[in-house]
Design a protein around this ligand. Structure first.
Ligand SMILES: [Zn+2]
Length: 136
């Protein structure tokens, strides 16, 4: 790892710490509100997968979510929580998401827009920390 990557890594570590607190609070909130229980969660280094849920109901989230508006964090949290009961993206799945989040739960355009926004913000953070190092 060179110095530039180390700087980017430092920002990402900071974001992960912040995000852990937010995610824990939102997961517990929606978990208590519903019958959807997860076993654990982690924050990964990737940018391409915003969230995932495995067969043991362990959830995983991208660090880049920290740059997303809270409504979008809630959407991703609910999406993955619903996966603890329903693994596929069928009609039943989306109905459940919309039941919990009537406003945005099924708004594909809004979801797509936010996905690409945080993906770009993540890439930008990585490259701007690189530029910052070069200008010092
Ligand atoms: Zn999904």
């Amino acid at each position: 790892m060179n110095r530039n990557d180390a700087a980017a890594e430092c920002f990402i570590q900071f974001y992960k710490l912040q995000l852990t607190t937010i995610l824990k609070a939102r997961l517990d909130y929606f978990s208590n509100l519903t019958d959807l229980k997860y076993s654990s969660f982690r924050i990964g280094n990737g940018l391409n997968r915003i969230g995932s849920c495995n067969n043991l109901n362990r959830l995983s989230f991208s660090w880049a979510l920290c740059m997303a508006p809270v409504e979008f964090i809630d959407y991703v949290v609910v999406h993955e929580l619903v996966h603890t009961k329903i693994k596929s993206h069928g009609k039943q799945f989306w109905n459940r998401v919309r039941e919990i989040l009537p406003e945005h739960g099924n708004d594909r355009k809004w979801i797509k827009m936010n996905m690409s926004k945080i993906h770009d913000a993540g890439l930008q953070l990585k490259s701007s920390s690189r530029n910052y190092e070069q200008n010092m």
